[in-house]
Ligand binder design. Structure first.
Ligand code: SAH
Length: 346
């Protein structure tokens, strides 16, 4: 049996090639691309195509669309969390957060994750599989349709390590930014990585002004090794070196994420060590009181300690914020919902 093509897996240029191979005019590709990114789920909705072309597409291709497994709306701040089921039944999470400047959608890039960060719920069952470019885009299309509102910003901070699924993530970024699609500007997109150095360096060469967030969570290798196994592959100094290259190449400010974990990485001395390593970089530090995941036994730092940590970093001239907790009543942080769901269904 010939496998049918998920058209949202193709870049615009690949779609043009595909349409040409069907002996169709090239401009048809733009029409198809526009329909796909309007979130249609049936070829018959592509009303400006001939019936013949729609039939050919129907025969050779398909349009993916996730289904809602669960949806929660926070009563505190309107955050909406989706647990979505993919075609093969695997579950991913997407979270829509309301800010003054619009809706930011946090999306997943893999089913599970193999980075193994000790404090993170997404990684508990390991990596199941990569998401396809279509499945990454589908989260944006689906949530936009469900909320009937435009998504203005995207953060790749849901389940998975985006740079471990590099090619699919790149196709997604190009497609979501494309003038014939949702046109979400690269400056409105953030990608978070646990620090995969080779891919960070490749990304620096893409000439794509997205914001790179790097999950540091520790001021030295000793602490980072304990909470982030990936540090054994790419130690802190190498990650910071890659950040330097990224900043020089893209002229973009990097955000360092730092989960505050009581008794692990939250002393003023830790803050001093961290700031001495990053103060020469164009960067911002985002402190995140760690979300306490049942299985992990990590506890968030006391508010006082977080503030003292912040002041110490700011002393080195580095801008620092403490992340506001959104959706606290709906388990809105990464991996918690999928984890809870699979536990219930055991
Ligand atoms: N794999 C990527 C992106 C996914 S996680 C990365 O590691 O950056 C997005 C952010 O949430 C990362 O900074 C991650 O370290 C952090 N995170 C994961 N679990 C957390 C928890 N329990 N509390 C606070 N932050 C957490």
């Amino acid at each position: 049996m010939i496998e049918r093509i998920n058209l949202k897996d193709l870049t615009f240029e690949e779609l043009e090639q595909f349409i040409l191979q069907l002996s169709q005019k090239k401009y048809r590709a733009k029409q198809v691309f526009e329909w796909l990114q309007r979130g249609i789920t049936d070829f018959d909705e592509m009303t400006n195509l001939s019936k013949d072309l729609r039939d050919i597409l129907q025969e050779k291709c398909f349009i993916s669309c996730p289904e809602i497994a669960e949806k929660y709306v926070s009563k505190l701040d309107g955050t909406v969390k989706y647990l979505l089921a993919l075609d093969d039944g695997h579950l991913i999470e997407s979270v829509a957060m309301r800010y003054k400047h619009g809706i930011t959608l946090c999306i997943s890039t893999q089913v599970g994750c193999r980075m193994g960060c000790r404090f993170c719920a997404s990684t508990i069952g390991g990596l199941v599989r990569h998401l396809t470019p279509a499945e990454i885009l589908d989260q944006v299309l689906f949530v936009q349709r469900d909320l009937q509102e435009r998504i203005s910003n995207i953060v790749l901070m849901g389940i998975g390590e985006p740079l471990d699924n590099y090619d699919h993530v790149l196709t997604f970024l190009k497609n979501v930014n494309h003038p014939a699609g949702l046109k979400i500007g690269y400056r409105h997109i953030s990608l978070s990585t646990s620090g995969l150095v080779p891919q960070m360096l490749t990304l620096a060469e893409e000439n794509m002004p997205i914001t790179l967030s790097v999950s540091l969570h520790a001021p030295n290798d000793e602490i980072r090794n304990k909470i982030m196994p990936v540090n054994q592959l790419f130690p802190l100094d190498k990650v910071i070196e890659a950040c330097k290259v990224y900043i020089e190449r893209t002229k973009r400010r990097i955000t360092f994420e730092y989960a505050m974990i009581s008794g692990v990485n939250d002393t003023v001395e830790n803050a001093r060590e961290l700031s001495s390593k990053i103060k020469h970089l164009l960067c911002h530090v985002n402190l995140i009181p760690v979300n306490e995941i049942g299985e992990r036994g990590y506890v968030k730092s006391e508010t006082d300690k977080i503030h003292r940590f912040k002041i110490q970093i700011e002393r080195a001239g580095i801008s620092t914020t403490i992340r506001r907790e959104l959706g606290g009543d709906i388990n809105a942080s990464c991996g918690q919902l999928r984890r809870g769901y699979s536990r219930q269904s055991l």
